[in-house]
Design a protein around this ligand. Structure first.
Ligand code: I3P
Length: 126
């Protein structure tokens, strides 16, 4: 039978592949482990899928959940200190999760930075 996706998933603003490393969970530092992630940005959240888009879509039916990042109150900033890689920015959530996102391709990472920053800036600040 058909599964009706939540409203946010019908309002996807941007999606694509980036390199991702989660470096803190609830304020607790994690060992950095870069991997390719399928990333879906909607108005209020980012979802990180470990798999390809195809697998991500089929997982909607199985109920397999991606890692979801709440953008309310989140911070985004470029960083040159947290990685030896170029084109890295960090997202920090209110809950103390920290993610690094990276692409070697300048325009791709710039587009993502501005899309996520705009989404955060559009959300209420309190
Ligand atoms: C890490 C791995 C990461 C690297 C990180 C290393 O080693 O090489 O790619 O981050 O550097 O510690 P390991 O796989 O043994 O955990 P960058 O690629 O972002 O530089 P770091 O410790 O300076 O963060």
């Amino acid at each position: 039978k058909d599964v009706i996706p939540p409203l946010e998933q019908l309002m996807v603003e941007k999606e694509g592949y980036l390199q991702k490393a989660k470096i803190a969970d609830g304020g607790k530092k994690l060992r950095k482990n870069w991997s390719t992630s399928w990333i879906v940005l909607s108005s209020r959240k980012i979802e990180f899928y470990k798999e390809s888009k195809q697998q991500a879509l089929s997982n909607v039916k199985t109920g397999h959940k991606p890692e979801s990042v709440d953008l309310y109150g989140a911070h985004i900033e470029w960083t040159t200190e947290k990685s030896s890689r170029k084109n890295v920015f960090q997202i920090t959530t209110v809950s103390g999760n920290e993610f690094l996102l990276q692409s070697d391709i300048d325009f791709i990472i710039l587009d993502w930075f501005h899309a996520i920053k705009n989404a955060i800036d559009r959300l209420p600040k309190d």
